[in-house]
Design a binder for this molecule. Structure first.
Ligand SMILES: Cc1cc2nc3c(=O)[nH]c(=O)nc-3n(C[C@H](O)[C@H](O)[C@H](O)COP(=O)(O)OP(=O)(O)OC[C@H]3O[C@@H](n4cnc5c(N)ncnc54)[C@H](O)[C@@H]3O)c2cc1C
Length: 377
């Protein structure tokens, strides 16, 4: 596969890089320590057209596509992965609405989401097990013109701050997707759970107790909810997590290279020690490989391949990038010796962030199952 970045994509990458240096780099340590949702910074990215980057212009987006999105997530995550991850989760819901929603749903929700005036969650996971959709116990029962929803979703990104959520619930023996708005009686959210990484990402539960949702809020056809959610999770969620992993690895690697060149032992920089060079070479090769897998998956989506047809490439980029992010972060810590374990050096944060990426949008083992099925089909 051969491709070059367009002038527009190069300009976007440079603009996001400059934004991340200006808005995130000086604050990343403090933001991570505070662990609060960074809505003010997200609003600034929305003003730059980044939140609606894969949403059509018709609905308030910029429609720049999946490769542009990958470049953006990579650049932001290189400095602060929590912000990169916002684009992973928020855009799953936006993608699902644009691809499966009615014209009314698209007009109603997408423009406000593009401006980050509203925040959306997408919720599949329940306490019975995220990898197994048959563990979903949340039910939606049609009574007249409303569905009555009961159940609890756990580990949901942006749950504590969301204005609306796409959820998957059982309708009889099948699954359907619904849009549920904040303020709907019977819909509540938990507080922020305490996760070790991605500290500015509020993760929590969505709770439904006899929650009455209008029939018009069914997203896609009744009984086809898994296709709605999994299409978005694959095309947008997995590529997004991969981009966050790539940027996280790049951030750790850049810090390790800088440190190795500055730290002197035996009268010369440790970068001249072969053992250090080998670790840097391993990081360099892994990052370069991950980047090409990520870009390739994004380019295939931009070329019009469906999430299913681009499935192997999406799986490979998620699996590989999330695998190497923690390895690179660990090597960076090793290169920095004892200083690497001090949070102020901002490398332990990379490791903590990378840990969160193993399970998000499907675990590494589920990725391997998916790829294995395709290999032996
Ligand atoms: C930061 C973060 C954000 C998240 N955001 C969201 C969100 O917005 N929406 C949402 O719905 N969910 C979200 N999740 C949940 C995530 O999707 C689940 O954690 C994931 O699907 C795994 O589910 P589980 O944690 O219940 O683990 P389990 O499914 O219980 O898995 C436990 C272990 O068993 C392994 N395993 C399971 N099945 C198989 C199999 N068939 N073969 C081999 N091994 C297997 C898994 O790989 C894992 O190692 C988020 C998670 C994190 C960490």
């Amino acid at each position: 596969m051969d491709f070059n970045l367009t002038r527009e994509q190069e300009m976007l990458r440079d603009m996001v890089r400059e934004f991340a240096q200006r808005e995130l780099a000086p604050k990343a340590l403090a933001l991570d320590a505070k662990g609060e949702f960074i809505h003010d910074i997200i609003k600034k990215t929305a003003e730059l057209g980044l939140v609606g980057i894969i949403t059509s212009k018709e609905f308030g987006g910029t429609g720049m596509g999946h490769l542009a999105r990958m470049l953006m997530i990579e650049e932001l995550s290189r400095i602060y992965a929590s912000l990169g991850f916002f684009f992973q989760t928020g855009q799953i819901g936006m993608y699902a609405i644009e691809n499966f929603g009615t014209p009314e749903q698209k007009q109603k929700y997408l423009p406000a989401l593009c401006k980050a005036d509203k925040i959306i969650s997408t919720a599949l996971t329940e306490a019975g097990g995220g990898s197994d959709p048959s563990a979903i116990q949340t039910t939606a029962e049609l009574k007249g013109d409303e569905y009555i929803i009961n159940g609890r979703k756990v580990m949901i990104s942006e749950a504590p701050v969301c204005d609306l959520a796409i959820i998957v619930a059982k309708t009889g023996d099948k699954f359907s997707a619904f849009i549920v708005e904040k303020g709907t009686p019977g819909f509540t959210t938990s507080g922020k759970e305490n996760y070790v990484g991605l500290r500015s990402l509020p993760v929590g539960d969505l709770v439904f107790t006899n929650c009455k949702v209008p029939k018009a809020n069914l997203l896609g056809q009744e009984g086809k909810g898994l296709a709605v959610a999994i299409g978005g999770i694959s095309a947008v969620g997995r590529t997004g997590v991969a981009g966050v992993a790539l940027g996280t690895a790049e951030g750790a690697y850049a810090a390790a290279v800088k440190y190795a060149k500055e730290r002197k032992l035996y009268g010369k920089p440790i970068a001249e020690l072969q053992a250090i060079q080998y670790m840097l070479v391993d990081c360099n090769m892994e990052i370069e490989t991950a980047r090409w897998l990520c870009y390739k998956a994004a380019v295939l989506l931009d070329q019009g391949k469906s999430p299913r047809d681009a499935g192997d490439d999406i799986t490979r980029c998620k699996l590989y990038s999330c695998d190497i992010a923690s390895k690179v972060a660990l090597r960076a810590i090793q290169i920095m010796g004892g200083y690497g374990t001090i949070p102020q050096y901002e490398i332990t944060r990379r490791l903590n962030d990378s840990i969160e990426l193993f399970t998000a949008a499907g675990t590494q083992e589920i990725m391997k199952n998916t790829l294995a099925r395709s290999i032996i089909a």
